[in-house]
Design a protein around this ligand. Structure first.
Ligand code: NAD
Length: 468
């Protein structure tokens, strides 16, 4: 079922309303609550992804020129691992947790039990359009919710494949997809959900939170930001260059946790940049435009924005663009300062600005003077340096001596802090995000101390004794 509603036409508004009402009715039937139901739906999703693998890969290629390897590794395997993890641990995640009740409340038992939230809305971006739509859905299903998915219109082929896959796998009263541009999202946002899970930019994140506030709907905001990459002189130069080049230029830099800019110790800069150039050539050849392993920019607007950033910098590597293909070569900008346009906002493209520092304290101070990033990278083999950076900076996540890789560890909650986001997911954290943890106290009828009831005369001393 494809619904592309517009907020201006009452008929479409009511169709969104009835869609949500149908899901709410299904949720209220408690059908989604049992362990067996949740496991069966996760297995159906797993099977559907495997069946549709070729269609998904084709769509990702059409939308982003995404190489098969990156698509399989970052979009398919990632989601399949999340599903396997949820299936393996769901019983344990769903189990209520017994906690101690205080002496004054005995005899009694206390527990914390997770319960599903209800009907949730998941809004996705275009850069990993399959992973970032289905990944949160795994958590929503595992936690026993109904869900409406809104994929990004900027990746239309993947959006269509997601719509087909979901429609063929689930009843719309349980899970459905609403396709369309931002007016479709705006329409959905007028209605009450039990949770909104949004992945996208900070500016739209604020719009989502404002709309959610109208209904007091809790939100998870998976946003972006400028993720710094510090390189210390004691690093392993060769691996560092290769890991930075890979993390920056995969998906043509359109990765939320891509290293946004380099902060390299001034003594290492020349050698490091030579190595990075070497690896870019090794990865994508002398002309990356001919490489089957290099992505394209998602839209003309982003192509224009990135092309302008290149024009304002001193190009050390790359810089070539082909507008008709929305191709931008892997580009390194040298001698960048904090006031350059490329340092104003998240780059979200294949441009690597290079800044230097003399003392680590300067690098840390520069990072701390700006909004908290989604990821922070430090290349250093020195434990004391690692501790110093970990303890004196704040970011959604950190990866020491590599880039991107922490995002694929299901046991590590993934999310931002400050302007880079609110809330976390992946693995158990996804289940927790889509659950309410209900506190339950169960009191016994064995006896009933009269101490707490009026009249209070002479009772205070006993209460004080109990509390001491
Ligand atoms: P975006 O914020 O432009 O769009 C995301 C979604 O919001 C899309 O589905 C779009 O249709 C909808 N939308 C756009 N404008 C809207 C409006 N005015 N009102 C309501 N809905 C609207 O983000 P994007 O360009 O798709 O993705 C890029 C951003 O996402 C980057 O900042 C990146 O860092 C971030 N991102 C974060 C993560 C993460 O996990 N933290 C992952 C991927 C991308």
């Amino acid at each position: 079922m494809v619904i592309a509603p517009s907020p201006t036409t009452p008929v479409q508004v009511s169709s969104t309303q009835s869609l949500i009402a149908t899901q709410r009715q299904f949720f209220n039937s408690h059908a989604t609550q049992s362990y067996d139901f949740r496991i069966a739906q996760l297995q159906k999703l797993q099977a559907a992804i495997k069946t549709d693998e070729d269609k998904i890969l084709e769509a990702l290629y059409l939308d982003l020129h995404k190489p098969k390897f990156e698509a399989v590794a970052a979009e398919l395997i990632f989601n399949l691992e999340e599903i396997t993890d949820a299936i393996k641990h769901l019983k344990q995640w769903m189990r209520p947790k017994r906690v101690n009740a205080p002496l004054s409340q005995l005899p009694a038992s206390a527990k914390i039990m997770p319960e599903p939230l209800g009907v949730v809305l998941i809004i996705g971006p275009w850069n990993y359009p399959f992973q970032l739509m289905i990944g949160p859905l795994v958590g929503a299903i595992a936690a026993g919710n109904c869900a409406i998915l809104k994929p990004s219109e900027l990746a239309p082929h993947t959006s269509a494949v997601i719509q087909e896959l979901i429609a063929a796998t689930f009843d719309p009263e349980f899970i459905t997809v609403v396709e369309g541009d931002k007016t479709a999202t705006q329409d959905l946002l007028q209605h009450r959900f039990d949770h909104i899970f949004f992945t996208g930019g900070t500016a739209v994140g604020k719009i989502i939170m404002r709309a959610a506030a109208e209904h007091l709907t809790p939100v998870t905001l998976e946003l972006g930001g400028k993720s710094p990459c510090i390189v210390e002189p004691d690093t392993h130069l060769d691996y560092t260059a290769r890991r930075i080049a890979w993390g920056k230029f995969m998906n043509a830099g359109q990765t939320c946790i891509a290293p946004d800019y380099l902060l390299v110790h001034e003594t290492l800069k020349t050698e490091l940049l030579e190595k990075i150039q070497e690896y870019v050539r090794e990865f994508y050849g002398d002309d990356p435009a001919q490489s089957e392993d290099y992505c394209r920019i998602i839209s003309d607007r982003h192509f224009e924005r990135l092309s302008q950033l290149i024009k304002t910098g001193q190009v050390l590597l790359g810089g070539q663009t082909i507008a008709a293909e929305r191709y931008i070569a892997p580009t390194v900008l040298d001698n960048v300062s904090w006031d350059d346009p490329v340092m104003a906002d998240e780059i979200f493209g294949p441009i690597l600005p290079v800044l230097t520092y003399r003392h680590l304290d300067e690098a840390i101070a520069a990072i701390n003077a700006r909004p908290k990033p989604l990821a922070l990278y430090l290349f250093s083999q020195n434990k004391a340096t690692q501790t110093q950076v970990l303890e004196s900076t704040s970011s959604g996540g950190v990866c020491l001596n590599d880039t991107i890789m922490h995002g694929g560890v299901t046991t590590l909650p993934f999310g931002g802090v400050g302007e880079s986001g609110i809330g976390v997911y992946h693995g158990k954290a996804s289940f927790e995000t889509f659950s309410h943890y209900k506190s339950v106290l169960n009191r016994s009828f064995l006896f009933d101390l009269k101490l707490r009831y009026p009249p209070y005369a002479d009772k205070l001393k006993w209460v004080k004794l109990l509390l001491s």
